[in-house]
Design a protein around this ligand. Structure first.
Ligand code: SAH
Ligand code: SF4
Ligand code: F3S
Length: 480
């Protein structure tokens, strides 16, 4: 399909650029043109989110904008007038899932000729994907990128009222856009963006190209958001960034994340979490702040990616495995009951059996509470994609299985230490599987299931652990 006038297509070349320009904080970029104000009246939307917490939080903004346009949310695509997929590009299988889903949803146009299909998020930022969508998924009416969310009212208006295929994907470093609507999906746990983008350029990773450069929100805007959340009764906030340790560097704030974290903790919200912290610039000051405040949860997601220093170097991770171990030891010595989770990639180009063994060794060393493990997937435009993806799939799969056996073992072993003890649990609500059973999380982010006759979602209650599983605990409410 030929490029149409008015389209802005993604450009990998533009996405790779980093200048020294400071990012602009835009406070009044979002607007709903008069003609779009009732665009969604009498119409429904179905929004499906893939990928990481950044995408979850973006979906809350998208839902906020759609509801400001009077669209109503529905739980199934079958009853929707607008289907929107907020997508993830981190691995090929994440993309394949979305493309498969898009293909199967196409049938809905037969029942509802006015249905509108939209795709946004990280896949929209990829040249190759947009090309595929144009060639093979002509039923997709609207494509917009991660830098274009605030333009949704105008883009939707074009697609719906002018019945034009609408594509707007900016590939740029990006700004900080404030004052967007938000429809939060949780009632007592909230995501709070503290920064956007990533400048780490790990060699395997597409995020720096799909999300733009590292840029921080102002301290005041973040604290104000947390204060409001507290007033609204929220009990937990998670401070979000691809690499929160870099918070404030672009604003020339010294010890940016440590001081922000401290200020957030002082607001007095019950639970403060943060993710993701990169092992590379995890400072002493950060550790001290985590140790000093009871309401900063002692649960740290610390992606290691590989246990081998040579592979880490090829990955561009900026730390050796010895430095990583030192950091874990440091955190453990200062933060009581510190628990760790991690991300690991197996089958990076040239990873030998011995190097993979080193990954198993780091799991033995840290004994993670939880690990997200992945098979390496080459991403177009990244430096690693220029290396030969030379580990056969069966070897990658076999390594993944061995790794998972080990991480599961430690997850279960760590859980065993919980048996018979009492923990504070933030009550989420009835569990997905059984409505009579409630689910909640401990400070170290352990999922606990329990029966209760008194507790309501959002309460923090004492639970005694009576049974241990690999991925959850069963407990009983302690009533004093
Ligand atoms: N900013 C976070 C991670 C974001 S992506 C951090 O630096 O930790 C989440 C995880 O996906 C990564 O930690 C990595 O383990 C995995 N991942 C990223 N790119 C990948 C790729 N090309 N193939 C396989 N896994 C990948
Ligand atoms: Fe990707 Fe590395 Fe940035 Fe994380 S820090 S988002 S893995 S480039
Ligand atoms: Fe995926 Fe984009 Fe997040 S690629 S992991 S949704 S930043």
């Amino acid at each position: 399909m030929k490029k149409q006038p008015g389209w802005a297509l993604p450009s990998l070349k533009d996405a790779q650029i980093r200048t020294k320009h400071e990012s602009v904080i835009e406070k009044s970029l979002f607007e709903i043109p008069v003609e779009a104000r009732t665009l969604g009246a009498g119409r429904t939307y179905y929004l499906r989110t893939y990928g990481c917490q950044s995408n979850q939080r973006d979906s809350e903004t998208i839902a906020g904008i759609l509801e400001a346009l009077q669209f109503q949310a529905v739980d199934s695509p079958e009853t929707a007038d607008l289907i929107l997929m907020n997508t993830c590009a981190i691995r090929k299988n994440a993309e394949d899932k979305v493309l498969g889903e898009l293909g199967s949803l196409k049938r809905l146009r037969k029942q509802n000729p006015d249905i509108l299909f939209g795709l946004c998020g990280c896949m929209a930022q990829e040249e190759e994907i947009v090309d595929t969508l144009l060639k093979k998924y002509p039923h997709v009416d609207l494509i917009f990128g991660t830098h274009n969310i605030h333009r949704l009212p105008i883009l939707l208006y074009q697609a719906m009222m002018n019945k034009e295929k609408t594509i707007e994907v900016f590939s740029k470093e990006g700004e900080v856009i404030e004052n967007l609507p938000v429809r939060r999906f949780g009632n007592h746990k909230a995501w709070v963006n503290i920064m956007y983008g990533c400048d780490k350029f790990c060699t395997y990773c597409i995020v720096p190209y799909t999300r733009g450069k590292e840029r921080s929100r102002s301290v005041e805007d973040i604290l104000e958001e947390v204060r409001i959340l507290k007033e609204q009764g929220y009990r937990e906030v998670t401070l979000l960034g691809q690499n929160v340790n870099a918070y404030g560097k672009d604003l020339h704030i010294e010890n940016g994340f440590a001081s922000l974290l401290e200020e957030v903790a002082k607001i007095g919200i019950d639970r403060v979490r943060f993710m993701t912290s990169h092992p590379w610039d995890f400072s002493e000051e950060m550790i001290d702040v985590i140790a000093r405040y009871d309401n900063i949860m002692p649960f740290i997601h610390l992606p290691v990616q590989s246990g081998d220093s040579d592979i880490l170097k090829l990955m561009g991770r900026r730390y050796t495995i010895e430095e990583y171990k030192q950091l874990v030891d440091n955190i453990r010595s200062k933060v009581k009951n510190a628990a760790f989770s991690t991300d690991i990639i197996v089958g990076f180009p040239n990873e030998s059996e011995e190097q993979f063994q080193h990954t198993l060794d780091i799991v033995d060393y840290v004994k993670y509470d939880n690990a997200f493990t992945f098979i390496y997937s080459p991403r177009e435009g990244t430096p690693a994609a220029r290396m030969e993806d030379n580990i056969p799939l069966d070897v990658k799969q076999e390594r993944l299985q061995r790794l998972n056996a080990k991480t599961n073992y430690y997850a279960h072993l760590n859980n065993e230490a919980y048996l018979g003890n009492v923990y504070d649990v933030l009550v989420d609500g009835p569990s997905k599987k059984n409505k009579a059973v409630f689910a909640g999380y401990t400070e170290a982010n352990k999922l606990v299931n329990f029966k209760t006759s008194t507790a309501k979602p959002g309460d923090i209650i004492k639970i005694k652990i009576v049974k241990v599983k690999t991925w959850s605990l069963d407990g009983e409410e302690i009533i004093d």
